[in-house]
Write a protein that binds this ligand. Structure first.
Ligand code: HEC
Length: 230
């Protein structure tokens, strides 16, 4: 699993150099690279690991707040754009937070018939904002010996996929909100094909960063062990 850290360090290192020499401009379309920590602190919420995937699958989707549709002029496809609706350190004063906790069906986001974000997702976004809404990323360690559905696979699906793959928004007619639906794509080969970006499959998650090697390893091990409901 050494591949992830090395490539990330390269990105972080050159991103850092670039940031110093070309103030205000960055290679990645003007988006500053996230600060990288080696360890994932259990009490911290990281933008790249957790917040961007939740927003990518619940808000920055086709027909909504992606760079093409920009519903109501709102584009939520990267950190800089998301920060227009966030008051760092103050979730209750942040538009992004206010609109996801709004219980009025006429105002809340995502709007009906889509389900609201889950309480866990809302809590993550609140904590990230209250912790300063940083553009941060953590590498963490990869324990490839643990890959049960409940503890490892379902959380990946919930945070990075379910927004576009649930009843009411069944991208490609794939339902990843249940074990049965996830098992179906595990068995027909499209789950691994799409997350590993193999040719012949639609690369997933659509419109956002590829899953980490650690996450792809977890999914492939879970499939190889029989895609159990464990
Ligand atoms: C922003 C919305 C979005 C997100 C996020 C997303 N998907 Fe998809 N997915 C789609 C759409 C739409 C399709 C239909 C095919 C297409 O348009 O590319 C699809 C198709 C698929 C397919 C069928 C692929 C094929 O080649 O037959 C699988 C499997 C899949 N997604 C799994 C995932 C997984 C796993 C994740 C999370 C890691 C994920 N998706 C995240 C929108 C999304």
């Amino acid at each position: 699993m050494n591949k992830i850290p090395v490539s990330l360090f390269v990105v972080a290192f050159f991103g850092g150099i670039y940031a110093c020499t070309h103030e205000g401009t960055y290679p990645n379309g003007g988006i500053p690279p996230p600060t990288v920590s080696i360890n994932c602190h259990p009490d911290s919420v990281y933008f790249t690991n957790e917040v961007m995937p939740i927003i990518a699958s619940n808000c920055a989707t086709s027909g909504c707040h992606d760079a093409v549709t920009r519903a109501d002029g709102v584009d939520l496809t990267n950190y800089t754009k998301i920060m227009k609706y966030v008051k760092a350190g103050n979730a209750p004063q942040s538009k992004l937070y206010k609109i996801i906790i709004d219980t009025d069906p006429g105002d809340r986001m995502p709007p009906p018939p889509l389900s609201p974000m889950t309480a866990t997702q809302i809590a993550k976004i609140k904590k990230w904002i209250d912790q300063g809404a940083k553009n941060n990323f953590c590498i963490g360690s990869c324990d490839t010996s643990k890959f049960t559905y409940a503890a490892v696979i379902k959380p990946i699906m919930d945070n990075k996929c379910v927004g576009c793959h649930k009843p009411g928004n069944l991208g490609g007619n794939v339902n990843l909100s249940t074990y049965i639906g996830t098992k179906a794509v595990a068995l027909n080969g499209t789950l691994l094909g799409s997350i590993a970006h193999q040719s012949g499959f639609s690369p997933m998650p659509k419109n956002s960063a590829k899953l980490s090697n650690c996450e792809i390893t977890h999914v492939s091990r879970w499939i190889a062990a029989g895609s159990l409901n464990n």
